[in-house]
Design a protein around this ligand. Sequence first.
Ligand code: ZN
Length: 299
Amino acid sequence: MIKQTTQKHSRYVGGHVSCAGGIPTSIGRAVGIGANCLQIFSASPRTWAKKPLEELPIDEFLIAHKEANMGPTFTHAVYLVNFASESRAARKKSVDTLIYDLQFDAAIGGSGVVVHLGSHQGRGWEAVRTQVAQEITTILENTPEHSTFLIENSAGQKGKLSSDLSEIRWLLDAVASPRLGWCLDTCHAFAAGYSFGSEDIPPDNIGKNEPRGDLFTQLETYDLFSTLQCIHVNDSKDLFASGRDRHQNIGEGSIPKEWFETLLQRPELKSMSLITEAPGFDGKGPDRENIERIRNLAR
Ligand SMILES: [Zn+2]
């Protein structure tokens, strides 16, 4: 039995943890870093291969989850997904893997599957958006009611979908399902050029891309607070508006502390699960130190 030994916290703060040795092991790892919520992969994130769901020790996971008094569990989709691919076969693989992940999400009583939508590879957002919305709709039509698809914002890399929040708004409208929401990654928002604090960024910490303006103004403009379901709290190894996606430990990267505090203390975001995907101070992934730092910033 894995008992949660840490004190009761008013906020859900956790990290992405490994399922090596089977999904129930993730709970012990989450408890070990002082997390009260978590994110996992349903299988290896670098291959399409998945075990049949009925072969997974889901009951054991649910018991461990309950005994540890753990909060929300998010699933992260594989990195190979691309709904904007020109190849029908590639899109079919993306749809199939997400159908599996949403079934997995429903089976484990999860809070959603976080997805990078992929890249249009130079074709442009307008050329691919209808197709992307159709693929998401197909996934939702073929998965249980109690499963959720969460679009993650991207870091502004060339061709990557959903770096711009207007694209997330467009997809939410086009798909029009309460089972579609989104996840805000702080490192990606920063790298994409959204500011979320008042402290100025030193000029030598600003990248070459065009800034996209104030994050909160845009969340209000696009009415995106109510559909946000998770925040990935990561610092950035790269500059503001750099268009690069490399996570850093909290407090060790380019994002000002005041920006984290401003974001995490926003009244609209107080009930949000905060999940870190930081590299870890010993390089082994999200750890107790990163989670404690987030708790201090979020208060
Ligand atoms: Zn993320």
